[in-house]
Design a binder for this molecule. Structure first.
Ligand code: TYD
Length: 216
């Protein structure tokens, strides 16, 4: 699929419990305050049959790797076609809470850590983000946060599994030379992290002429 300018696609990635959803919401609020058009979407969606089946598998138990891969890809195809590309065409800034890097790491961890072929497969079909932010956190801390918020983790959230997923995110960050990445240490306060994130995104907006220089 072709990515059509003039919008901006910014992806939020990392293991569960890093706070990326909260940060995506805060960034949306901040950017809207600057008068920018912002859309926030999440994968897997709750809009497709596949997305709904995936969400159900969080509590009922995981399906096979092949089934998961197929469902995430189908759900993504809908999300990109129906929501992401139209918003980018309108010139909006699209903040996407999880994208194909999650597939590469979460499903890659079930496939002998083969994130490369999953990433390549996705790149043949879906647009490359302008920036991918990887929120990095010790899995033990991430799980503590999850438990303190909702007492119960889902079937994707075992310590060993998340450690492997985290390692793959870091491997992508260090070795993939196609994507543009920003690695953030998520082990800090919400507002400190939000401000760090905003400062990192600002140059991109300036480069695109979306904001003037010297924004706070
Ligand atoms: P998450 O953003 O944590 O959803 P919620 O906040 O609603 O709980 O994502 C759900 C889970 O799906 C998460 O554990 C990661 C997993 N996932 C994959 O395994 N592959 C993918 O391609 C995507 C997008 C998510």
């Amino acid at each position: 699929m072709e990515k059509t300018k003039p919008g901006l696609l910014i992806v939020f990635e990392g293991i569960d419990g890093t706070g990326k959803t909260t940060q995506a919401k805060l960034l949306k609020f901040k950017l809207e305050g600057l008068g920018l058009q912002v859309e926030l979407f999440k994968e897997p969606t709750d809009q497709t049959i596949e997305g709904q089946k995936l969400r159900a598998s969080y509590s009922s138990g995981r399906v096979s790797l092949e089934q998961e891969l197929d469902w995430f890809m189908r759900d993504r195809a809908w999300n990109v076609r129906e929501r992401v590309l139209p918003a980018l065409k309108r010139g909006a800034i699209v903040l996407l809470d999880r994208y194909f890097f999650s597939t590469a790491c979460y499903q890659g961890a079930r496939k002998n850590n083969d994130w490369k072929s999953i990433l390549a497969l996705n790149r043949r079909e879906f647009p490359e983000p302008d920036l991918t932010i990887i929120f990095d956190l010790e899995p033990a801390i991430a799980l503590q946060r999850i438990y303190s918020q909702r007492k119960k983790s889902n079937t994707f959230e075992g310590l060993e599994y998340l450690s492997q997923v985290r390692a793959l995110f870091l491997e992508i960050y260090h070795t993939d030379n196609i994507g543009k990445y920003l690695l953030l240490n998520a082990n800090k306060g919400i507002y400190e992290l939000a401000s760090e994130l905003f400062k990192a995104v600002l140059p991109l907006l300036e480069k695109r002429g979306m904001v003037g220089t010297n924004q706070q």
